[in-house]
Write a protein that binds this ligand. Sequence first.
Ligand code: HEC
Ligand code: HEC
Length: 308
Amino acid sequence: MSKPSENKQGAVQTTGHAWDGDLQEYNNPLPRWWLWGFYATVVFAVVYWFLYPAWPIGGTFTKGFATVTYEVNGEERTTHWNTRALLMRDMQTSPAAVRQREFLEVIAEATYDDILRDPDKISFVRSYAHGVFGDFCATCHQAGGAGIIGLYPTLADDDWLWGGTVERIEESIREGRLGYMPPFRETFDAEQLRAVSAYVLDIAGYDGGDEDEIRRGEAIFNGTDGGCFQCHDTGGTGRISQGAPNLTNNIWQIVDVAGAASYEARLALVQSVVRNGVQREMPAFGERLSPTEIKVLAAYVHQLGGGQ
Ligand code: HEC
Ligand code: HEC
């Protein structure tokens, strides 16, 4: 290898290599703009290593000097720069988040009357509760509170087990509810079971029952033999203190009587409920959700069904 030499024209330096006799390589200096650009990237990289997480060392990494400060449960927390903390901070300080927090404070102070009458508040409640409902309630009560007959009551109609005032709804959410009806398979013989069920269909508005049988069923329902009235009230209109449904409105919680094809099929469904009883539970959310979240949910559920 020799020193760089002039090429044939003598204009541009070459590296001095020659292949195949006359094939030479120019030795042009790097363009200045390129070189400065290159130095800039080196400086940038070094600054970056100092500020941000960069190099793996063992099981960890260099964390850098940059920090992010965000709030957790009212406490300020500062960590090395990372995107998770950035997201936390954005969720707290973005204009939308700040507006949401301000509105939640308004809701926390407002009475239910205020909330339900003010279109702004109700539309905030709808959009905020929609997410909370999706996270905590929709697994059971389904989207929009549609419910599933036999499993989870619908929250989207005007028929309530435990009462449809917004205060009663709040109580259902905060404290949970245990819906319980004892099984009557030991109490009744087949004839009594049929009679009381025929009475239930009669008060629900279905024709086709035997009049004598219905009268016997009525006596069982509203007397001490059956004691159904203790929960469902005399005449079967329901008692919200027991979570016992109104049996006279043809809205069904446990068995889909309205959807059954014939009188006998309906009778069989009612008999199955009376024979087996019912037990189902709404979990309490008083510990899991804040009072304001519960308030928003109560207002939301109330307006889902038209409330009371
Ligand atoms: C694990 C399933 C489950 C979850 C989750 C659940 N619920 Fe319930 N909920 C039930 C059941 C079951 C009942 C019926 C209890 C009964 O039979 O008395 C019920 C009853 C209710 C009632 C009373 C309905 C009435 O007719 O009086 C309200 C209101 C209610 N739930 C709201 C909510 C809200 C709001 C949430 C979310 C925070 C929620 N539920 C989450 C299962 C659930
Ligand atoms: C201890 C209270 C209690 C007594 C006593 C009781 N029930 Fe019930 N019954 C309930 C409750 C509570 C439910 C609803 C449970 C739920 O929704 O989780 C219910 C549900 C029903 C249903 C289903 C209604 C539907 O919408 O699907 C029928 C039918 C019924 N009861 C009939 C009777 C008859 C008939 C008797 C008397 C033989 C009786 N019940 C006695 C509490 C009672």
